[in-house]
Design a protein. Structure first.
Length: 288
């Protein structure tokens, strides 16, 4: 285990015993098969339609249309859950979409003291504002550095891709998949997407690198990737454990004193009290 992995594992383990029940639950047989997304970077043309669709769907400012934004590597932010980067590789320029990976057993959800970060039965990992106390353990624990905190907001939120959870509940597909004109983004059942990925690899072995990124990384992720070049050339983190990160902290969690389970409840109450203090009163709103 390298230094990066140790830090991530410590972030999960240090939360407390409270998430232990949740960690056991996600390891059990799922009542529903997870959904996911297959991103085929050999098909991506860098149009960034997925970025614009994501912003419009979630009420964020329109992304910068200047193509020069592709001259530097970007990461998802509090106002852009999904971004596209351009990479100069041994096989030429390749475009790759980046967002939350929606891990099968997410470290962020396991580390969350109040279950504000939740792995749904369908697969998407969502954040629930009413339960968050702002501890940011989810940020420390994520091996992909995805959750972002609104530091400039008086009532900050954790921002990250939700796999368009609200759209899925209405029977729609994620906005990015719907908007992609090159069919580089495919939504479906995760198991079916893995089969499709290997079908493409076997049918065109010279076109694809022989690896489906996300099949095993971090215990498996909802986002899966195909590429013509090794994934390190596309900025994907290397050295990601194939074991789910919550599993790495199992022994530590059993050893944490039970008294620490009271700590999250105290912090959540304190957080809620602070939020209420920051909210304007009816008199103040009328005055404004």
């Amino acid at each position: 285990m390298n230094r990066r992995t140790f830090a991530r594992t410590l972030g999960v383990a240090g939360a407390s015993l409270l998430p232990l029940h949740h960690r056991r639950a996600v390891g059990e047989e799922h009542r529903k098969e997870f959904v996911g997304v297959l991103v085929d970077t050999t098909r991506c043309v860098g149009c960034r339609s997925c970025e614009f669709a994501c912003a419009e769907t979630h009420g964020f400012p329109e992304p910068n249309q200047d193509e020069r934004v592709l001259d530097r590597e970007r990461t998802p932010s509090v106002t852009q859950w999904s971004i596209v980067n351009r990479y100069s590789t041994a096989g030429g320029d390749v475009f790759a979409k980046k967002q939350c990976m929606h891990c099968n057993q997410p470290a962020c959800a396991s580390a969350c003291l109040t279950k504000a970060m939740l792995k749904t039965e369908e697969g998407p990992v969502i954040w629930r504002e009413g339960k968050c106390m702002g501890c940011r353990f989810c940020m420390v624990s994520c091996p992909f550095d995805i959750p972002k905190f609104e530091y400039d907001s008086p009532i900050p939120k954790i921002q990250k891709c939700t796999l368009c959870w609200d759209r899925l509940e209405r029977g729609k597909i994620p906005a990015c998949a719907e908007a992609c004109p090159a069919e580089a983004i495919t939504f479906g059942k995760r198991a079916d997407l893995i089969k499709e990925a290997y079908r493409r690899i076997s049918s065109q072995p010279d076109q694809y690198h022989q690896h489906v990124y996300g099949e095993h990384e971090a215990g498996g992720t909802g986002y899966l990737y195909l590429s013509a070049v090794p994934f390190e050339q596309l900025g994907f983190p290397q050295g990601i454990e194939s074991t789910a990160y919550p599993e790495l902290s199992k022994d530590y969690l059993y050893a944490v004193p039970i008294v620490l389970t009271l700590w999250p409840a105290f912090l959540l109450a304190l957080s809620n009290a602070t939020k209420k203090e920051n909210e304007p009163t009816d008199h103040e709103m009328h005055h404004e």
